[in-house]
Design a protein around this ligand. Structure first.
Ligand code: WT7
Length: 669
């Protein structure tokens, strides 16, 4: 058993793994103070889950009407706090309008050009009510969907909360996605209203969001009736009469009061699209009650949030991390949540550290890909800034390499901040596996242990637990409040994608994460990666199929197979194998054109690093492309595994030769 309470912070255990324990000073002041406290809490949560969640729901949230049942579980369908009535914005705003919190900053916003705004809870209340009244004026009613395609500015959060205030469902689409991606999501969500901006500042450039919107809405092909446009960059844009409205015009003479709609616990709060292993993105549906509670309590315990903390999660609100840990979790706790419009860039490599120094940030939550790029820039950049306000660090999005973890711990945390490595997914709504900073020692590279209320396990293909230190599928064996309820418009896909052994006895039914993992002898989880054809590029999920469809939609392309290769900063990078239609010839020019085409179709995050043209792809007799070999070829590894299933094994050697040539000619990255 590990000693979770050590003053000297690093020790070696048998397997030569480092263990980093919080200082006793941190633990004494933490919400969860010791490993024994965690174990007690965990045991109770598993033995009596309903009373565990019920007590928290009653203590931590405001309900207009209490629930009848805590949980109705008909695998894979769950209902939490059945017939309970609440409004998440009441919990995130109204209840903080007390003499002591009313004037506390709810949101500190820093724009990329250096402008900034602070919204107190009182200010946020007024802005959300005004926006909510505007939505009402535009005939948005309970249950309608509103799409949000925005830069990281306060209005993005205000728009989300305004929807929740009146019971509308929001569907935020990441501002880095292209018009084509936006269009697909608008169509699927059947959104009525779209909220956007004239643009945003990112990497010293203007992101032309409105022109992407105009393309997405061409031919009136979507259900969008009206577009609300926030002025941010003051760039010239075209406004379509009768369809597009400036927010500042709509705000004239609008009431600053809008009572929260009384919502059912199981009403939908939002849809958020994420990539799966087939072409079409999945609209993950989250409902209000369970999501409210789970994001609230994970924010409080995992980030050990205190009333005085300045908390900064660097995620964009276009991703689940932004939803749960920049908006709903922190605000529900009455915290100060910092948001930043921009990203580190050549003209301002130290911008993150500058912001930490400027506002005295205490809790900092970011992605391994960002930490790797900081590492590459060199430690002298962060060392120019005063980071002494930091007391806790976090990571999310992909496995963090132990050396990167140590760098984060030493250079950013000055060896005094615990690091929480949080494993979770869009589908889980909140953090599932993590250390609790005052109670659970960290092992660099491991996401540690399940959060109270979660039974996580590693199983084989038949659903049996594997022994310690053996790899397998990472599953969750019980329902939890913020689990996804369905895939929007496709409940069958929900059942198929995530639930294993559904038709077996119900006690074997389990949520399958799509990740593989192993547990060590202390029960710690080590995430190994995806088991499906989903790639993780800079902590963002991209489906191979989605990329392949984008490539094949180009008139020159006959067939495409996309795999990922390891990349120093991004974690993984995209490598595409492409066959061309007869009359077309491979060239550098075409390669660039295809890369651009993918950027147009999906967005810059999906741009392939390498395109390898080929006459043929390795296939099985049934015509399935064998990605396993393509992965090895792309990564420059020797080809291993059974080649007998391939109809045309010669193609492998050809592909290998070509790949070598590409690498030697520096066309690789
Ligand atoms: C996938 C989920 C949840 C917010 C960010 C991404 C990978 C996430 C970790 C971690 C190892 C991680 C998994 C997961 N992942 N966090 N701490 N360690 N891998 O959300 O886009 O839904 O992606 O990200 O592969 O399945 P997402």
């Amino acid at each position: 058993m590990l000693n979770h309470h050590k003053e000297d912070t690093i020790e070696s255990i048998l397997q030569e793994e480092r263990v980093v324990s919080p200082s006793s000073n941190f633990s004494i002041n933490a919400h969860i103070k010791s490993f024994q406290d965690y174990e007690k809490l965990y045991k109770k949560s598993i033995l009596e889950p309903e009373s565990f969640w019920e007590n928290l729901a009653a203590k931590e949230l405001h309900w207009f009407h209490k629930w009848d049942n805590v949980l109705e579980w008909n695998p894979p369908n769950s209902k939490w706090f059945v017939n309970g009535k609440l409004n998440i914005t009441y919990n995130c705003i109204d209840r903080h309008l007390t003499p002591s919190r009313r004037n506390k900053p709810a949101i500190i916003w820093e724009g990329e050009p250096g402008d900034s705004r602070i919204l107190t809870y009182e200010n946020l209340y007024v802005e959300v009510c005004k926006f909510a009244n505007i939505l009402k004026q535009l005939k948005v009613t309970k249950g309608d969907c509103v799409a949000i395609y925005m830069p990281m500015i306060p209005e993005a959060i205000i728009a989300m909360l305004a929807c929740a205030r009146i019971g509308a469902v929001h569907a935020v689409v990441f501002g880095g996605f292209s018009a084509e991606s936006l269009k697909g999501r608008l169509k699927d969500s059947q959104a009525k209203i779209l909220v956007t901006a004239d643009g945003g500042f990112r990497k010293d450039k203007i992101v032309p969001l409105k022109s992407q919107v105009d393309i997405a809405l061409e031919n009136n092909s979507s259900s969008i009736e009206k577009v609300i446009v926030v002025r941010r960059t003051e760039e010239n844009i075209t406004m379509r009469n009768g369809r597009d409205f400036w927010l500042h015009n709509l705000q004239q003479n609008i009431s600053t009061d809008c009572p929260p709609e009384i919502m059912d616990s199981e009403d939908t709060l939002f849809i958020l699209y994420t990539s799966g292993s087939t072409g079409k993105p999945k609209g993950v549906v989250h409902t209000i009650g369970g999501y409210s509670l789970y994001t609230h309590i994970t924010t409080k315990w995992v980030f050990d949030l205190k009333d005085t903390d300045i908390y900064w999660c660097t995620a964009d609100i276009g991703w689940i991390t932004g939803h749960s840990y920049s908006v709903y979790g922190p605000l529900s706790n009455g915290a100060t949540s910092l948001i930043y419009e921009g990203v580190p860039r050549p003209s301002n490599l130290g911008c993150f550290w500058n912001i930490i120094e400027k506002y005295g940030v205490n809790i900092f939550y970011t992605a391994p890909t960002a930490i790797r790029s900081f590492m590459k820039m060199g430690e002298d950049i962060p060392q120019k800034f005063d980071l002494s306000s930091l007391r806790l660090l976090g990571t999310v999005g992909e496995p963090i390499n132990p050396e990167v973890w140590m760098w984060y711990y030493r250079i950013i945390g000055n060896e005094k901040c615990p690091i929480v490595d949080t494993w979770w997914q869009t589908e889980t709504g909140g953090i599932i596996i993590t250390s609790l900073p005052g109670a659970i020692s960290s092992k660099p590279g491991s996401a540690s242990l399940p959060f109270p209320g979660i039974i996580a396990d590693v199983v084989d293909k038949c659903g049996n637990s594997v022994s310690r230190n053996t790899g397998g599928l990472l599953v969750i064996k019980n329902p939890w409040p913020s689990m996804l309820r369905t895939i929007y418009g496709d409940h069958q896909r929900f059942e198929k994608s995530y639930w294993k052994f559904l038709s077996d006895k119900s006690d074997k039914c389990m949520y399958s994460s799509g990740d593989s993992a192993r547990r060590d002898t202390d029960g710690y989880f080590w995430i190994l990666g995806r088991t499906d054809d989903v790639m993780n590029i800079s902590g963002h999920r991209l489906g191979s199929m989605e990329l392949e469809s984008a490539l094949v939609s180009h008139h020159t392309v006959n067939e495409a197979s996309v795999v990922s290769v390891p990349h120093q900063i991004k974690g993984e990078d995209i490598y595409a194998f492409v066959t061309l239609n007869n009359s077309f010839k491979a060239s550098d020019q075409l390669s660039n054109e295809l890369k651009q085409h993918v950027t147009r179709e999906i967005g810059a995050i999906a741009r392939p690093a390498t395109i390898q043209f080929t006459q043929e792809l390795p296939k099985t007799r049934s015509g399935k492309i064998v990605r396993r070999f393509l992965r090895q070829i792309a990564a420059g590894q020797s080809i291993e595994g059974d080649k007998s299933t391939i109809v045309n094994p010669n193609v492998l050697n050809e592909l290998e030769e070509q790949a070598k040539w590409l690498r030697n000619n520096n066309l690789y990255y």
